[in-house]
Design a protein. Structure first.
Length: 286
């Protein structure tokens, strides 16, 4: 198992971040969503490697096989972890792909670390810029929903993950885009996360306001979201991100749920490869 070592911001004790680094060519760094792990990208990794890219995935602290400290799940720390990955693996001119919660790490990496070593960005079903419903963000999610998620995680985490997975992939009486076996696999990936990290990250992605940071993304950016996403609504997130990032384009997948990395994988992978292969204008490389 490969890992890099960083620090816990409170205790200063070592934190190990597990990663996988495969393929060769321009680097693509895939940042997983909540409450999963780097294994969620299995349908993207092979296609991207076959297309001629070096693909790096890693487990966020608290998830997968990375260390599980009790604290340290704010976006400043998570962005610092991303920087440690890029520096330790000597990544340059990378494409960062942030899914859901991972979109927040991408934004904070630009506002906190000036997007060093990054040439382009993909925000996929991303929570950025702001999930919470407020007077000036009327299309957001009610704060009571995040409170309910936390309460259900504390009551019976595995039962919550079962129901969450169905909503995540848009499963209902007539629509079953993934198999029962895959749902079980998804729950398994989420179940190995630290219970504390799972709860603390709800607070991070639910209440962090990135609106003032979006303009710090100064590289070509592709934004993809499903219009049937019941986890992260596209109006307060991806639609606003597209308005806030100067060099961006927005693609809405009609009928797609939150977990479109599985349900729409063929279209998504083609869109990713096409975007990453585009030549970056001189002057925006990091």
């Amino acid at each position: 198992m490969q890992y890099i070592e960083t620090k816990d911001p409170e205790s200063k004790t070592p934190v190990k971040l597990t990663y996988e680094d495969v393929g060769s060519g321009p680097a693509v760094v895939l940042i997983h969503g909540w409450p999963s792990s780097k294994e969620m990208w299995e349908y993207q990794v092979s296609d991207l490697v076959d297309a001629g890219f070096r693909v790096i995935t890693y487990d966020r602290r608290g998830f997968g096989k990375s260390s599980k400290p009790f604290d340290g799940y704010g976006y400043d720390t998570l962005a610092d972890d991303l920087r440690a990955i890029l520096e330790e693996l000597d990544v340059h001119d990378a494409t960062l792909v942030g899914f859901s919660m991972g979109g927040g790490e991408v934004v904070r990496y630009f506002s906190r670390h000036s997007g060093q070593r990054v040439a382009r960005v993909v925000l996929l079903s991303s929570i950025a810029p702001y999930m919470l419903k407020t007077k000036d963000n009327p299309d957001g999610v009610e704060g009571s929903m995040f409170d309910e998620i936390i309460a259900n995680l504390k009551k019976d985490r595995l039962a919550f993950l079962d129901e969450f997975a169905k909503l995540f992939f848009g499963i209902n009486v007539v629509n079953k885009p993934v198999s029962p076996q895959y749902l079980e696999y998804f729950r398994m990936l989420a179940s190995v996360a630290s219970p504390k990290a799972t709860i603390e990250c709800v607070k991070s992605f639910g209440y962090t306001d990135f609106r003032s940071e979006m303009s710090s993304i100064n590289v070509p950016t592709l934004i993809i979201h499903g219009d049937s996403d019941k986890i992260v609504p596209h109006k307060p997130t991806s639609e606003q991100a597209a308005k806030s990032i100067a060099d961006s384009r927005l693609i809405i997948y009609e009928g797609a749920p939150h977990g479109l990395f599985v349900t729409e994988r063929e279209r998504l992978n083609k869109d990713l490869v096409r975007f990453i292969r585009e030549e970056v204008p001189v002057g925006v490389r990091h």
